[in-house]
Design a protein around this ligand. Sequence first.
Ligand code: GTP
Ligand code: MG
Length: 315
Amino acid sequence: MIKICYGCGVKLQSEKEGKEGYIPLNKIENSSYCKRCFQLMHYGKTTIEDVPKENKTIISAVNNAKESAVFLIDFLNINNEVINLFKQIKCPKVLVISKIDALPFTIKQNNLINFIKEYYEIKDDVKVVSSNKNIGLDSLFNYLYDKNFKTVYILGLSNSGKSTLINKIIKNYNINKNTITTSKVPNTTREFIRVKIDDYLTLIDTPGFVINSLNYLYEKKINEKIFQMKKSEILKIDNLFLKFHEDTNINLYLPTVVNVKKHFKEENFNESIEIEKDTDLVIKGLGFICFKNKSNISISNISKDLIELRKSVLK
Ligand SMILES: Nc1nc2c(ncn2[C@@H]2O[C@H](COP(=O)(O)OP(=O)(O)OP(=O)(O)O)[C@@H](O)[C@H]2O)c(=O)[nH]1
Ligand SMILES: [Mg+2]
C-alpha cells in the first residue's frame, strides 16, 4: 500500500536515504511523517535533498482541477512577479494578505487592500489573515462558504504561510488534529495535500511557488526605519549597498533581522537607477524602500532583476 507523508505530501519510501519521502523501514508502519518532516518539526532543518516543483506545474494542476483557490501573499512579497502568478490562476479565487500581524502600525489594512486592488488591477476580492494571531480566519472561513468554494487550493510563494493557515483552520474547525509540517525552510510542502475540514469543505495544501528572490523570512513585526540620506552617502542593507546621488528621505520596510546602517567606504557600484518621488524600490524577497523625493541611486551586490519600482504603497 502506498503511504503518503502527512507533513509534506510525498510518497513514503525506505529505499533511498537522503531522498524525498525517506523513512526507515522499521518506522513505516507506525509513522505518518517522513524523516525530512521529522527533522524540520524537531530541529527546524533537514539533510534531505530539496527539489522544488515548477510554478507552471502547480498552476496547470490547479487550473485543470477547475475548483477554487485562496492565494496567500505577505506584505514584503507584494510584487509584479507574485501578482502575475495569482493572475495565471483561472478559477474562482481570492487574494489573501497573510501574516497581517507583522504589518507595521503605520500601514492601514484597508489602505493596503485598496492599493493592491488599484495598482495591480485586481478584480477579485482581497482579504487579510494572521494565522499566528487568529485574525481574519472566521471571516475567511465564512467567505469560502458564502462563495461556494468547496475544494480550495491554498496557493502562494514558499513561506507565505499556507500550511500554517491550514493547520490553524484544522485546529479551529476540525476534530482531526494531525498537522502539516511548517518551517522556516523554503519548499517545506512538497506535494498537494488534501485536508477534509468537514462534509462541505476540503482544503488542498500546495508546494510554494518559487521566484528569483532573496528569500528572507520574517515572523516578527516588520521593521519600519526612516533615514535622511545626503548626496554621496552610502547605505548598507545586510550585504547590499545603495549610494545616493542627491539628498533623499527614505522609509525602509524590512524583516527585523536585516541590518541597516550608513557605510563609509567606497564600493563597486554596477547599476544606476532613477527613482521618481513617492516610489517604492521593491527588492524581491527582502522588502522595499519608499523614496519620498525624486532620486538617483547606484546599487551594488544586487542584480537588477531582483528589483521593481512601483508607486508607493504609502501614498
Ligand atoms: N508572523 C507570522 N508568521 C507566520 C504566520 N503564518 C506563518 N508564519 C511563518 O511563516 C513561515 C512559513 O510558514 P509555512 O506555513 O511553513 O509556509 P508555507 O507557505 O506552507 O511554505 P512552503 O510549504 O515552503 O511552501 C513559518 O516560519 C511560520 O511560522 C502568521 O500569521 N504570522
Ligand atoms: Mg507548506
